[in-house]
Design a binder for this molecule. Sequence first.
Ligand code: SF4
Ligand code: FES
Length: 482
Amino acid sequence: MPTIKINDVEMNVNPGALVLDVCRKAGIDIPHYCYHPALTPVATCRMCLVEIKGQPKLATSCTTTVPPAPKDNPEAVVMEVFTNTPAVADARAGVMEFLLMNHPLDCPICDQAGECKLQDYSYSYGSGDSRMAEVKRRYRYEDLGAKIVIDKNRCIHCTRCVRFTREISGGGELTVAQRGSRLEVTTFTGKSMDQNPFAGNVVDLCPVGALTSRDFRFRKRVWFLKSTPSISRHSALGSPIWIDHEGNTAYRFRPRPLEDRNDTHFISDEERYAYAHYNRPDRPAQPLLRGAGATLDAIREALQAAGPAAVIGQGTFGCDTAQRLGELAAAADLRYGSGDKVIPVVLPLLQKSADGILNRRGFSERGFRFGALEELLAKVERGEVKAVVLLHDAAFTSAKESELLGRILKAAAFSLALEVEASDLGRAATAWLPITSYVEESDFIVNHDGELRRYQKALQPPKGVRTVPAWVKELAAVPAAV
Ligand code: SF4
Ligand code: FES
């Protein structure tokens, strides 16, 4: 490994590594706009300039790589980089002045305020002064389809969004038109971002407030939001996300990139806008027995009196939930897995699994057998299984599987459904219990690759709603002797 010096500190790094990456990993802040770890470097913004000993001009750290060590002297220092010299500070202030020449001072009404790199770097590295006496160039807001709005006045032409549509999503809807001070990012004539199922990522990529989400625009100042680490429940990828929330309401889901995992920088729009589905503070929280409100004691008694029970766990819940639910089965082989949603793969680069069941692996590891519901139906019909406990979310089950589940519930002497909101199947069960949604609990899953991914509680559940482990603990309790 070659040795380089950054601000006189020696470190060993891989040859070919970008100087900007090396600095970031070493905790040295290098301001940057056009650089993004998942995109090809283009070195257009000039914000990441550093001084390199022996080079007459400042160099862009996002395109400068660490050279290999000489064979005859592997210990030699191959490069000396300085990120804090007066020349670097001057260059950064100059670049900021250029970038702000045409930028409006509309931070008070800009959605990016609070997470804007132009604001942050202006404060940390700008000169605080402008020599721009001319009238700034003006554009009107434009819709790039129903999901994305562009304010070209704010654009600093970093081309991250353009490169995303070319290199990652592949549609190439965005382009750079005109030249010089008239340069603008726009869509090709007749194209809209609506055709792109990953369009929302351009909003995350935009380092300023030029690209904004129609869904989130003007809804909440970001400094009021709390960010809770979670995962997307959309597929077996279990993509890491942040849940941004305030006042027990989720306002957005956005990617939570993992170190050195470029695919985790992006999520699909379906995953992004799924947050709205989990804002359900007023849903029914009353346990039901034969369609009427009931106490937990009555449901427990009915379940325990029914006879041998089997459990059907949909693999879209967490591992702790799976573990506890499995304890209600009368025998280890009476744990069945359900859920058969399939994701249409339109972008294999990011959609590495077509399985729409988030935690199929975690449930399988805990003894839940998928694809064996016909076997359970036969056992119920033969009377070997008397009671069935179903953990269910209708959004992840096809009509065919729902029909099979319905037959199992109908054939059982007693059935109990655990659901966030009552579905047709839940209403057909003998008893029903309200459970927390995944944003209202902490647990973990094992994704299709075998990676363990945790998620944390972001929202409070309605009063009376409990987690599956909490219900199971009560249901399995031995009633006190009287
Ligand atoms: S719209 Fe945003 S991401 Fe696209 S070029 Fe302009 S500043 Fe960069
Ligand atoms: S980040 Fe290096 S030039 Fe833009």
